[in-house]
Design a protein around this ligand. Structure first.
Ligand code: NAP
Length: 435
């Protein structure tokens, strides 16, 4: 029998479990350990609440979770309740599928002022992550500044723009829905340190900005390269840039009935955040592209007002004591996923925070191939019973998949009309509902 522990129950974790089942059939036992009492990681806490069709992928993970040889071990924190060394002693393979839940630091003066957030915190707040449910971001100001030109910046700008009616059918948590409803937002400025051809925004997500009931995207025509240059772009990117061209071509008169302007400010690098006890403005330096398409400062600066700043500039994997780590890239140091004998990483923890949810599927299958080559038929390790004994001895209250189903049921039962669920936002409430 082979014993595998996967740490993290997001897409990377579940695709790895699925791959292990396919590779080893009945001859494997997989434990998926998560520090939270609820599974699915990024699907629950990262994917935007108004993108329910993307969240539906969790049904596939559920099929894996419900099989006899895969187990969810929730509410267990590795490094606190059990160590990596203990796990590698108990299992033939330990796979870190911990994602990249921490914000990359902006690293400019004033980035610690109240009202400045990273996207992990802000997205966690509207998605009801227990670590961020109490964030209470200020929506009493008029000007939100979003830093970054990726899909997370788009998610954040769109969520900050929608009306209550536009959240119908979503699972945005009640505290965020209420805060957004009374928001005084007039502008959302999306800062990109490079240009329209360097965005990391996909067409569907960018196109959505053009269909908001009270907000309208604004692009300066002069920021766009000559139309002919679009022909050199790969097709997805060309579609995204076409959306930017449509936004630039929208006549001002069409915007008259919109309350919120979503302004794309390209070639704009934030250099300082200022304010008296809280964020009030952002100092920006105009940039241009060098021959390698990197942004370089021009020396010209200007200031825009900001009542809140959300930096959507990428994520990093939290390091774990004793596990080799690439600090510059914010991920574990590995050789294609092999970290140390018996210890592996997969998904964002291996390659950094890029790609779609689906990218984790081939990743999971690839790591299981390496594991298969390394562990053969298994090394007679204790596996599950060994972990259970340790956790029992330490009085850790484990949440099983069947307990999660009770939490899920309770969340569905308390959902507002038309919503799939109203999430519990504290670990305590989750545990209470699991009993
Ligand atoms: P991302 O795609 O890597 O975008 C990060 C953005 O931040 C880039 O525009 C980058 O600019 C900018 N940036 C980085 N450091 C900066 C700095 N110091 N100052 C100013 N700008 C800075 O990351 P993401 O948006 O967090 O998304 C992560 C992954 O999740 C991506 O693969 C994304 O596609 C995916 N995702 C997908 C969806 C969806 O499909 N609906 C939704 C959300 C996220 P440079 O290019 O100049 O470095």
């Amino acid at each position: 029998m082979r014993h595998i522990a996967i740490i993290g129950s997001g897409p990377a974790g579940y695709y790895t479990a699925e791959a292990a089942q396919k590779a080893f059939g009945e001859d494997v036992r997989v434990d998926i350990i998560d520090r939270l009492p609820v599974p699915f990681g990024l699907i629950r806490f990262g994917v935007a609440p108004d993108h329910q069709s993307i969240k539906a992928v969790s049904r596939r993970y559920e099929a894996t979770a419900l099989s006899d040889n895969v187990r969810f071990v929730g509410n267990v924190t590795v490094g606190q309740d059990v160590t990596i060394d203990e796990l590698t002693a108990l299992y033939d393979a330990v796979v870190l599928a911990t994602g990249a839940p921490n914000d990359r630091a902006l690293g400019i003066e004033g980035d610690d002022l109240p009202g400045v957030y990273g996207s992990a915190a802000f997205v966690g707040w509207y998605n009801g992550h227990p670590d961020f449910a109490g964030l209470n971001p200020p929506f009493d100001g008029k000007h939100i500044v979003v830093i970054g030109n990726g899909n997370v910046a788009l998610d954040v700008a769109r969520i900050c723009s929608k009306t209550r009616a536009e959240f119908a059918g979503s699972d945005i948590v009640g505290h965020a829905l209420d805060a957004l409803e009374t928001a005084k937002t007039e502008s959302i400025t999306i800062l990109g340190r490079r240009g329209p051809h360097q965005i990391a925004m996909t067409p569907k997500e960018l196109g959505e900005l053009g269909h908001l009931s009270r907000a309208t995207p604004v692009v300066e025509r002069s920021d766009l390269p000559e139309l002919e240059a679009d022909a050199l772009l790969e097709p997805g990117m060309r579609k995204s840039v076409t959306h930017l061209r449509e936004f630039a071509a929208t006549p001002e008169s069409f915007r008259a009935d919109k309350d919120i302007r979503i302004e794309f400010d390209f070639f704009a690098a934030p250099v300082r955040i200022e304010g008296d006890g809280k964020v009030e403005r952002v100092v920006i330096e105009r940039t241009k592209l060098d021959e390698n398409l990197k942004s370089v400062a021009t020396g010209e600066t200007y200031t825009i007002p900001a009542s809140m700043v959300i930096a959507c500039i990428g994520y990093q994997t939290p390091p774990i004591d004793g596990v080799p780590y690439e600090h510059g890239r914010g991920r574990f140091a590995s050789d294609e996923g092999r970290i140390l004998p018996g210890l592996y990483c997969v998904g964002w923890a291996r390659r950094g925070p890029t790609g779609t949810i689906g990218t984790n599927k081939p990743d999971g299958f690839a790591i299981v191939e390496l594991i298969a080559a390394d562990i053969g038929g298994g090394g007679g390790k204790a596996g599950r019973p060994g972990l259970d004994a340790l956790l029992d001895q330490r009085s850790v209250q484990v949440v099983k998949f069947s307990d999660w189903k009770k939490i899920e049921e309770a969340e569905a039962a308390r959902a507002r009309d038309g919503a799939p669920r109203e999430k519990f936002v504290t670990v305590e409430d989750m545990i209470k509902a699991s009993g």
